[in-house]
Design a protein around this ligand. Structure first.
Ligand SMILES: [Zn+2]
Ligand SMILES: [Zn+2]
Length: 217
């Protein structure tokens, strides 16, 4: 008789792979094991740098993109120290933002998330890029994203209407601090016209419904 767990594992390829939550520290080299197990606090400083408060009371600065740390182990012995390894682990586990991102409130979904240090404060789920399809909540029209800007609806002028995107009547219910997305209409102009040659319209981000990632239908 087949063991039920084996049946489940072999018949359901979508089942998540079982794995331990932390590595087996007995099999890691000493510096990696200490990176995982020693009490440390990692604080993002921006620009790819992180302050690491170690168990000894000392604080060191890790520059992750350069793979550098100002502790003696790194400076004098040239080792990939436990501080560097700890920051890498915390970034991989999503505990601290990766270089180039910071913790903030997403201007799209309004949740706490990692958002870019520069540019619009938009999380990975709400981020839109050139060519993405979206739907206008007000009209149901399909639109194509031209670009996500770093202007808010209150900052962006609509010259034709002599007002801002935020003050534009159809945008009444959307926050003034929504980032502005420029979109084009797929059936505006020649069918094979490039996005650059189509007329662009400025929308508050949350007026657009962005379909979840997946195959186009
Ligand atoms: Zn170090
Ligand atoms: Zn979001």
């Amino acid at each position: 008789m087949t063991h039920p767990e084996h049946t489940a594992a072999s018949s359901d390829s979508a089942a998540p792979r079982r794995r331990p939550l932390a590595p087996d520290t007995a099999r890691l080299e000493a510096r990696s094991a200490r990176a995982w197990t020693e009490p440390m606090a990692v604080r993002p400083l921006g620009g790819g740098c992180y302050a690491v408060d170690g168990a000894s009371g000392a604080t060191y600065t890790v520059a992750l993109p350069d793979g550098d740390c100002d502790c003696p182990d790194r400076r004098f012995r040239g080792e990939r120290c436990k501080h560097l390894r700890r920051v890498a682990v915390e970034v991989t586990e999503g505990r601290v933002p990766p270089p180039g991102q910071r913790r903030g409130r997403c201007a799209g979904c309004r949740r706490e998330a990692f958002v870019p240090e520069d540019g619009p404060a938009v999380c990975g789920d709400c981020w839109v890029e050139r060519g993405d399809r979206a739907t206008d909540r007000e009209t149901g029209d399909s639109v194509v994203v031209y670009r996500l800007t770093d202007e808010t609806a209150a900052e962006r002028a609509v010259p034709a209407a002599d007002c801002t995107v935020a003050d534009y009547p159809a945008n009444d219910g959307y926050p003034d601090d929504d980032p502005v997305v420029e979109v084009v209409y797929p059936f505006d102009g020649a069918p094979d016209a490039d996005l650059d040659d189509r007329r662009r319209y400025a929308f508050p981000l949350s007026r657009l419904v962005i379909p979840a990632e997946g195959p186009a239908v």
